[in-house]
Design a protein around this ligand. Structure first.
Ligand code: UDP
Ligand code: MG
Length: 336
């Protein structure tokens, strides 16, 4: 053992949600192998394992994982019975994780695997959560960057749980934090918010977000929009409560206007009633009431789905393979 090798007898699971990613798997393993080799060289006794959550893929993603010639450490694959979405996939992975810590990473290499090295260093030094912060999102589309900025701004201004800006799911979380997250039984799982809600001392590692290595984003504009609504309604009551204030404002204004009309009539006599102002007032109020009802509907819908107590995901299959290529041993012997 060389002088700068530390004894750390612990297991790290790399948690990867995958949805129709057969084409990304080999690239992913190839991209992450050098980091795993470097970290395991630095800490003797530290072991890595992959925990994939196959989020109802309709292609051969599972075979690609189990049979890849590029994979250097063992892998488990949980298959969900259909596509439940990335949040549910992460929830499933955390519920099944049995390691001392988990690192959540996308399969498309947009979260650079090299960052893991620093995350593990911080964790060994005592950090409970190490988040990856994107300092450069040039590779994301302008629309995505703008909507993300508005979303974080709005969310954090009306919610008690503040989500750090430009921090995604790419993070390392200690066992204690995994256990805390598994205690949260809500069914609509906005993970970014839940991560922030459980707290724990958090350290940040900065990185540049890359281009997707293979294929296209699995998120449509509509999926992102629903995701944003989920985030806000999961962590803030402001959209519900604001209607009392809007109502109070409108009532106060109408009382003032009524007083004005009475006084004007007393002073100047009877005026011709305004058809246009009447119509505008009516339409305005009708619109605002519908908006208020719609927002209440959002929350009632959420109460309804929580009340049904359906699980956020269903696991239909589990696969596990210990077999790995000899690349790991090769890279190890090169290093020693
Ligand atoms: N993903 C998933 N379920 C989904 C959509 C995406 O498990 O319904 C996975 C996907 O395979 C990838 C990660 O979540 O590993 C991030 O997806 P993507 O790169 O499409 O999202 P973006 O980078 O555009 O946010
Ligand atoms: Mg991506």
């Amino acid at each position: 053992m060389d002088a700068d090798t530390k004894e750390v007898h612990r297991l790290i699971q790399i948690l990867v949600p995958v949805f129709n990613e057969e084409g990304s798997i080999d690239t992913f393993f190839r991209g992450i192998a050098p980091t795993i080799a470097a970290v395991t060289d630095r800490y003797s006794g530290l072991r890595f394992e992959f925990l994939f959550v196959n989020d109802g893929s309709r292609d051969r993603t599972v075979d690609a994982i189990l049979n890849s010639a590029e994979r250097t450490v063992p892998a488990q694959v949980l298959t969900l019975s259909r596509n439940f979405g990335k949040e549910a996939a992460i929830t499933a992975g955390l519920a099944e994780a049995n390691a001392d810590c988990a690192i959540i990473i996308d399969v498309d290499l947009q979260d650079p695997p090299e960052v893991i090295s620093e995350m593990v260093d911080r964790w060994v030094a005592g950090a409970k959560v190490v988040v990856g912060k994107r300092v450069d999102r040039r590779e994301d589309t302008l629309a995505k960057r703008l909507t993300a900025r508005w979303f974080y701004g709005l969310h954090n201004s009306i919610s008690n749980v503040k989500i750090p800006t430009d921090v995604g799911d790419f993070r390392l979380i200690d066992r204690a934090v995994i256990d805390a997250l598994n205690e949260l039984k809500e069914n609509g799982r906005f993970m970014k918010g839940l991560f922030a809600w459980v707290g724990f001392p958090t350290e940040t590692v900065e990185y540049k977000r890359r281009k997707r290595a293979v294929g296209e984003s699995r998120f449509s504009a509509w999926k992102l929009w629903s995701f944003a609504i989920d985030g806000i309604t999961s962590f803030s009551n402001a959209p519900l409560v604001m209607w009392s204030y809007i109502g109070a404002f409108i009532s106060a204004t109408s009382i003032a206007y009524a007083a004005y009309i009475v006084i004007r009539t007393l002073v100047f006599g009877i005026d011709v009633p305004g058809y246009a102002s009447l119509l505008v007032g009516m339409l305005f109020l009708g619109g605002i009431q519908l908006l208020g009802i719609g927002i209440i509907g959002e929350y009632v819908g959420r109460i309804y789905s929580e009340a049904k107590r359906r699980p956020p995901y269903i696991i239909s299959e589990k696969h596990e393979t210990r077999a790995v290529t000899d690349k790991e041993t090769k890279s190890r012997s090169k290093a020693t």
